[in-house]
Design a protein around this ligand. Structure first.
Ligand SMILES: Cc1cc2nc3c(=O)[nH]c(=O)nc-3n(C[C@H](O)[C@H](O)[C@H](O)COP(=O)(O)OP(=O)(O)OC[C@H]3O[C@@H](n4cnc5c(N)ncnc54)[C@H](O)[C@@H]3O)c2cc1C
Ligand SMILES: *[C@@H]1O[C@H](CO)[C@@H](O)[C@H](O)[C@H]1NC(C)=O
Ligand SMILES: *[C@@H]1O[C@H](CO)[C@@H](O)[C@H](O)[C@H]1NC(C)=O
Length: 509
């Protein structure tokens, strides 16, 4: 046992002193409180030599329990830092024996309010399990669950390889993967879930099973889109590709008066025919010094190749008269993230702030609805000043070729074919802003939903707030929720994995 605080292990753990601001997500009455007290020394005796248990009286505890989103967060009576699959299994069995809730923690960037329902349980930290083993052919790697996107990208690049990951380097790759997983390479290779060949999973009853097309195929289906509800994944076999050696990155900024024109071009670039897999686009409303009165529009145009390939698309925006453009040519894939989506940028990676997201998948950009959203976003950033340098409204219309090539019913990912993912990403430190920002965000989400076809909310589970109906996170075709509920009953009948967009019987339909 590395840092084993056996003395503290006898004690039981007062829940940390941090102030929790439980947001009303309509289901908070389901908060699960741990019974006390529990004697952890029996667990300690079963863990591998590389594992440790950290208690709230340990000086490291506060740092270890930090999360990206702090306004509705789980609290822990102990953090078990697992080193092996068996540590995970033993901890689940121990938690079951003592009726303690538990939660897998990888990158700690999950932000659903439903995470705040776990109070005083065991965190099963996977963060020290960071193994990568690439096969000889270089087309498949076994990944352990503690890896971040950045760790995988930086391991593969010098080996001439790439894999589909999320775009923010500090986020845990498995948390992303289990909800579907969007990334810059999805147009070329598909979503993160589409890369999984096989997974090892610790189930709610502590059994370790393999999920693949031939072993527990129903679990394999559910893991890919609703995975947080079904077990703790301790290993995946993951597809690996040859790296694209050269990248081009243009950042183009417009003042708000160009909003309608910008999104007309954005719409013209939505059909797959006009949006090659190599083109990656992202639009943001963001407060910038170039316009102190209103949110500006910042566009990332990224091209998997040299600048000649990008120019054709950038030209359409350049013709609208941007306020600014910064162009980087011949950069490496890791440099695509540098300073923007990496550990040096607190906007994306800082832990310990309050954060809120409220997302929609959209068929297209509705300039009229976007103008309304822009006005509300600008007003809210004026009213709640510490959001100004920490917040954006992001629109991610990544290319779809790889995503739509996969049969829609073959995984639990519900909304393939909706190309635009939209959400405010609020960051702030003054807790009193929460209610106002929640109200503004609900209003903006509804404007976008109503402005896009059938008026149904389609939400990416990994960007969800926590107030969505099951069908809004898992699919409007009735068979999807029905199938997930049946599988939940089979694999997790007691609802042990119910803190992340839970598929519980009795939850809103
Ligand atoms: C800055 C930022 C950038 C993001 N960028 C993207 C992006 O580019 N693409 C995208 O699709 N999403 C993105 N997301 C959303 C992201 O998918 C979720 O926040 C995800 O939950 C993060 O996973 P994590 O491991 O960091 O978080 P954690 O909070 O550690 O985990 C999140 C949930 O997953 C569960 N979990 C984690 N590991 C396992 C496991 N091995 N087995 C079972 N359950 C597990 C946890 O129990 C928890 O319920 C981003 C989020 C942030 C904050
Ligand atoms: C906890 O369990 C250990 C091992 O069984 C035992 O030695 C110890 O006395 C127990 N502590 C308490 C406070 O019950
Ligand atoms: C937080 O915001 C409120 C107003 O919403 C303000 O009264 C208070 O002073 C702010 N607190 C801090 C620490 O800035």
């Amino acid at each position: 046992m590395k840092v084993f605080h056996i003395i503290a292990a006898l004690l039981v753990a007062s829940v940390s002193a941090l102030t929790i601001h439980q947001v009303d997500d309509g289901v908070s009455s389901l908060v699960y409180r741990a019974p006390n007290p529990v004697n952890y020394s029996l667990l300690a005796a079963q863990l591998s030599p590389g594992a440790s248990i950290v208690f709230p009286d340990n000086p490291q505890f506060d740092l270890l329990q930090q999360r990206w989103q702090e306004y509705s967060r789980p609290t822990y009576s102990a953090i078990v830092q697992a080193a092996t699959e068996d540590d995970v299994r033993k901890t689940v069995l121990f938690a079951n024996k003592h009726s303690l809730p538990f939660l897998a923690v990888a990158g700690a960037h999950g932000f659903l309010t439903t995470l705040g329902r776990m109070q005083g349980g065991i965190a099963i930290s996977l963060a020290n399990m960071k193994g990568i083993s690439l096969n000889k052919e270089g087309d498949c790697a076994e990944l352990q669950p503690g890896l971040t996107n950045g760790e995988l990208i930086r391991y593969l690049w010098p080996r001439g390889k790439q894999a589909v990951t999320g775009n923010c380097l500090c986020t845990g790759i498995m948390g992303i993967m289990l909800g579907g997983g969007h990334g810059f390479l999805q147009g070329i290779h598909g979503l993160l879930v589409d890369q999984i060949l096989e997974a090892s999973v610790v189930l709610a009853n502590g059994k370790l099973v393999v999920a693949s097309p031939t072993s527990n195929p129903d679990l394999f289906w559910a893991l890919r889109g609703a995975g947080h509800n079904f077990g703790i994944v301790t290993r995946v076999k993951y597809k690996i590709y040859n790296a694209i050696p050269k990248w081009t990155f243009s950042t183009i900024i417009f003042t708000q008066d160009k909003l309608e024109k910008v999104f007309e071009v954005a719409n013209a670039l939505l059909p797959e025919a006009d949006h090659p897999a190599e083109l990656i686009l992202m639009y943001q409303f963001v407060r910038l010094p170039i316009d102190p009165k209103s949110a500006s529009i910042m566009i990332y145009l990224i091209w998997a190749g040299d600048s000649a390939g990008l120019d054709k698309y950038a030209a359409r925006f350049r013709a609208l008269g941007p306020a600014q453009e910064t162009l980087q040519t011949d950069i490496s894939y890791p440099d695509v993230f540098k300073g923007r989506e990496d550990e040096t940028n607190p906007g994306t990676c800082a832990k310990g702030w309050y954060r809120l997201l409220f997302n929609n998948y959209l068929k297209r950009f509705n300039p009229e609805a976007l103008r309304k959203v822009h006005t509300i976003f600008t007003k809210a950033t004026d009213e709640y000043p510490d959001t100004q340098t920490r917040s954006i409204y992001v629109f991610e219309p990544y290319s779809q070729q790889g995503v739509t090539a996969v049969p829609f019913e073959s995984t639990a990912v519900p909304f393939r074919g909706y190309p635009v993912l939209a959400s405010p990403v609020w960051g702030y430190t003054n807790a009193s802003y929460t209610n106002g920002l929640v109200a503004a965000s609900r209003e903006m989400r509804k404007i976008l939903t109503d402005g896009d076809g059938d008026g149904k909310l389609r939400s990416y589970v990994n960007y969800a707030f926590g107030d969505e109906a099951l069908s809004e996170n898992y699919g409007h075709e009735p068979w999807r929720v029905k199938k997930l509920k049946a599988l939940k009953k089979k694999y997790d009948p007691e609802g042990r994995f119910s803190f992340y967009a839970p598929i519980d019987v009795g939850r809103r339909p």
